[in-house]
Structure formats: structure tokens, C-alpha cells
Design a protein around this ligand. Structure first.
Ligand code: ZN
Ligand code: FE
Length: 254
């Protein structure tokens, strides 16, 4: 079983140390910056062997080169974005499997935030690293893709087993939750979760990981079928993609 440690970086990023104890393989997912990763490795007495990047943005790859130089860790990232991933060794895409000691992740292509964004899904360990595609109660901005692409990417993640833990790239949960209740005011499960998240953040505690089951119930960007959401938007008969696109648009100016 994997041990997963959150490593807060920059203002609100999370990198994740993923330790496979049988072989002592250790990956860092989306290192924003090398310094907090070196500190976390020291704290947990681990030696880095792998770097996994979900997408090319600097707040997910900024630590790549310093970490690689110091540890020799191999960098795995989206193949089709290889020229934008600093120091990349292994390019991967959907259908590929990435080994971490005795654990293995399947790669899912989840474009739209960036053109070639990937997820690392450790199915046997019930964990998925979603970068800036799916956040807790939220989703990434559409920098390099369309609403239809993002809707498809999010639904690919939502189709994973409900108990899958979701490790996303940022601590945006509270503001996502505050937005979610404005568009789905009658979702009781959502209100309960937002109250929980408010308590955690008041104590400065992380809200990550959530689970796919929780996201299906409370993430407005997965809930285009919700009558409550559609009523708020005045889009009872619109397509799911159009409802998603309008929800995303409203969040952009929330
Ligand atoms: Zn990003
Ligand atoms: Fe980011």
C-alpha cells in the first residue's frame, strides 16, 4: 500500500510524496519548487526516485530540474507536451502504465486546462492525481481546451471507483465550495461538506484528499444533470456540455 504525504508549495499548491514501501520507490507528483520537497524527503527519511508531472505549468514542474540534478530521479510527464516539461525522461499517454516499485499507475488523458494534461491513477491503491483538471468541488480553468473537452475529461475521472481518493493540484476547496452552494443551493450533501471544509480551513488543515464519490455528489462541474443546478442557470433543457460551460463561466467571474 502506498504512503502519500501532502507537501504544500507556494501559496496554495500541493505536491505529493508517494512512497511504495516494499521497494522504497518514491515519487513526487507536481513539484512546484525543489526546497519544500527536499525538506519533506528529509522529514520522512525518503530518497526520491521518480518525478511525475500532470501538466506543463511552472507551478507543477518548477522543481523538476533541481530535484533531478540532486537525486537523479526520472521525470515522467505527458508525451505530447514533452517540449514544455523541463527535464522530461519518459513521455506517457493514455493506455500507458507507470511503475513505482511494485505499484503501478494507469495514465488517463484529461485535456482542456492544458492541451495535454494527464492523470496518474493507482487503481490498486485507490488514488488518482488529477493536477489542475479536477479539484475538490471544482475544476481547472480552460486555458488550452474547450468546454466539451473538459466535460469529457472530468467524466473520465468521475467514472473511476467511488472510493478512489482524489489528490488535486491546489487547495481551492473553500472558494470552490462557496461557489458551488450558489449554483446548487438545495444540495444537502454539498452544504454539509462545505461546513466541514470551513472547519478544516479555520484550523489551517488540508481538505485533500476527497473521494470520487464525494465529487460526484458535490462538485458542480460534474453535476450538469442536476435539476437544482439547471434551475439556477435557467437551462432546464440545455445539453450537459452547455450547462457545464455556463457553470465554468460563472465560476470565472465569481
Ligand atoms: Zn495548471
Ligand atoms: Fe496549477
Amino acid at each position: 500500500m502506498l504512503n502519500i504525504h501532502l507537501v504544500p508549495c507556494l501559496r496554495d499548491n500541493y505536491a505529493y510524496l508517494v512512497h511504495e514501501p516494499q521497494s522504497n520507490a518514491v515519487a513526487i507528483v507536481d513539484p512546484s519548487d525543489a526546497a519544500p520537497i527536499f525538506a519533506a524527503l528529509k522529514q520522512h527519511k525518503l530518497t526520491l526516485t521518480h518525478i511525475f508531472n500532470t501538466h506543463h505549468h511552472w507551478d507543477h514542474t518548477g522543481g523538476n530540474l533541481d530535484l533531478k540534478k540532486e537525486t537523479g530521479a526520472k521525470i515522467t510527464g505527458p508525451k505530447l507536451d514533452a517540449d514544455r516539461i523541463p527535464g522530461i525522461d519518459i513521455g506517457v499517454a493514455e493506455g500507458d502504465t507507470v511503475e513505482l516499485g511494485r505499484a503501478h499507475a494507469q495514465i488517463l488523458d484529461i485535456p482542456a486546462h492544458t492541451k495535454h494534461h494527464i492523470a496518474f491513477w493507482f487503481g490498486d491503491d485507490n488514488a488518482v492525481f488529477t493536477g489542475d483538471t479536477m479539484f475538490a468541488m471544482g475544476c481547472g480553468r480552460l486555458f488550452e481546451g474547450t468546454p466539451a473537452q473538459m466535460w469529457k475529461s472530468l467524466n473520465k475521472l468521475a467514472a473511476l471507483p467511488g472510493e478512489t481518493r482524489v489528490y488535486c493540484g491546489h487547495e481551492y476547496t473553500l472558494s470552490n465550495g462557496k461557489f458551488a452552494v450558489t449554483v446548487e443551493p438545495n444540495n444537502a450533501g454539498l452544504r454539509k461538506r462545505v461546513a466541514e471544509v470551513e472547519r478544516l480551513r479555520a484550523d489551517n488543515k488540508p481538505t485533500i484528499p476527497s473521494t470520487i464519490a464525494q465529487e460526484r455528489e458535490t462538485n458542480p462541474f460534474l453535476r450538469a444533470a442536476s435539476r437544482d443546478l439547471r434551475t439556477t442557470l435557467g437551462m432546464l433543457d440545455a445539453s450537459d456540455v452547455d450547462v457545464f460551460a455556463e457553470t465554468r463561466k460563472r465560476k470565472d467571474s465569481f
